[in-house]
Design a protein around this ligand. Structure first.
Ligand SMILES: [Zn+2]
Ligand SMILES: [Zn+2]
Length: 425
């Protein structure tokens, strides 16, 4: 069964034949090199595999491989631009969707700079509506503000700032999965996606059979959706007692996160930070009484004990802190129990970088622009249209604009696949 997939973010665009041949040959070499390691997912034979082919830009789906060596042979022959495998386990992954016999699925999270507003996206990301030609900078909208079209040519870039932002969200997610859900480091697997973000997979018997609704509950928890912050609707007792009871933040889950987050925020807050949190009128009171507020309000839970800092202020601050503490995951990935996700160890078609797993303990030190580099030999001359300064494999390149430069293979593949360069003739 062959299906065409429509790629919202746009493929590499049209490049000259020398460029597409060059990229194809590098991918061919990678998948045929004996040194290339592609770790087998657990229960490979129960997974559906999918492949995006270079030339046809079509998706081959519903493939199944009993052994990783069979898959290696296939990859060496077909040389796909992208390789995916299901998060789900099936009785028979090769048949059509509703006959597969769903047995369960890993719990997966996708954190992508595409969904995180960063100061740099206005600098290096541009989108153009393919229907009316309207264009803008920053995150690609869902629908065109002019014609409501939904297809865009997007030119994005992945810079250090983007990947750092994604890493911060990943760290918050992992902290929740471990502290609040109790998953162990062995059950959680962290990956660089090969492009603009990170994936976290949880493999555990308890999550395996969760349906989409249960997964949505987990998504809501992680994103803080529907969290009743400072809910003082508790009944009984005096008004003051009701308040203090309603606002007591105990030391578990979101309560703990809010408490730590509020403490952290107030300790470091400037006038501007408070204004961003929607607190303007009484910001001077807060800035003058930081120590007192930390002790009386946050430590002792006496929220109304500092004059000029009202319950309304706390509600506003905690809504803001909730946003800071929640993790900006791509919610649809987690709730989709049939999702195909890029396979570990394979190349990302938009960058030529590898999706790779790293130990959760190494998250802070992990460097995608060093560790995910797949092509380590050779240099090539490319004509670059426009690219900001970037870092790859221990070197810093650019910025380049309408110029021919000689760069290492990995940088050339990245530039070509991101639609920023062509092999120079
Ligand atoms: Zn439009
Ligand atoms: Zn960036």
């Amino acid at each position: 069964m062959r299906e065409i997939i429509y790629d919202k973010q746009g493929a590499a665009g049209r490049v000259n034949e020398a460029s597409s041949d060059f990229v194809y040959e590098r991918f061919f070499d990678f998948y045929n090199a004996p040194s290339t390691v592609i770790p087998s997912p657990s229960s490979l034979g129960q997974r559906e595999l999918g492949f995006l082919l270079f030339k046809e830009r079509i998706m081959l789906r519903h493939r199944v491989f009993a052994r990783i060596s069979d898959l290696r042979t296939f990859l060496g022959e077909e040389v796909p631009s992208d390789v995916y495998r299901s998060c789900a386990y099936y009785e028979n992954p090769a048949v059509e969707m509703d006959k597969k016999g769903w047995l369960g699925a890993d719990l997966v999270f996708d954190i992508d700079a595409d969904h995180i507003p960063t100061p740099c996206d206005k600098i290096h990301d541009k989108w153009t509506c393919t229907k009316c030609g309207f264009s803008g900078k920053g995150i690609t909208p869902e629908t065109c503000p002019v014609c409501e079209g939904q297809k865009f040519d997007a030119k994005t870039w992945a810079c250090d700032q983007c990947l750092e932002a994604a890493k911060t969200e990943t760290a918050k997610l992992i902290d929740m999965l471990s502290m609040d859900f109790g998953f162990s480091d062995n059950e959680m697997h962290a990956f660089f996606s090969g492009h603009r973000g990170y994936h976290v997979h949880v493999e555990n018997e308890a999550v395996k059979t969760l349906d989409a609704i249960a997964r949505k509950e987990i998504v809501d928890y992680v994103t803080g959706l529907g969290l009743a912050v400072f809910n003082n609707k508790a009944k009984g007792g005096s008004r003051r007692r009701r308040r203090s009871r309603g606002f007591s933040l105990h030391d578990f889950g979101w309560n703990r996160r809010l408490k730590l987050g509020l403490r952290n925020f107030i300790s470091n807050a400037t006038k501007e930070d408070l204004a961003n949190a929607g607190v303007k009128r009484n910001s001077a009171v807060i800035l003058r009484n930081k120590e007192l507020i930390l002790k009386r309000c946050i430590e002792e839970g006496r929220w109304s004990s500092v004059k000029g800092v009202s319950v309304g202020t706390w509600r506003r601050l905690s809504e803001y802190v909730k946003d800071l503490e929640s993790s900006k995951i791509d919610t649809v990935v987690t709730t989709d129990t049939h999702r195909l996700i890029r396979m570990n160890g394979t190349l990302h078609g938009k960058t030529g970088l590898k999706k790779i797993e790293f130990s959760i303990k190494r998250l802070a030190d992990f460097d995608p622009f060093e560790e995910a580099v797949a092509f380590k030999e050779g240099e090539v001359k490319v004509f670059v249209s426009d690219v900001p300064e970037f870092r790859l494999g221990g070197n810093v390149f650019g910025p380049y604009r309408s110029q021919t430069v000689e760069v290492p293979t990995a940088a050339a593949v990245l530039l070509i696949r991101k639609g920023r360069a062509e092999v120079a003739s």
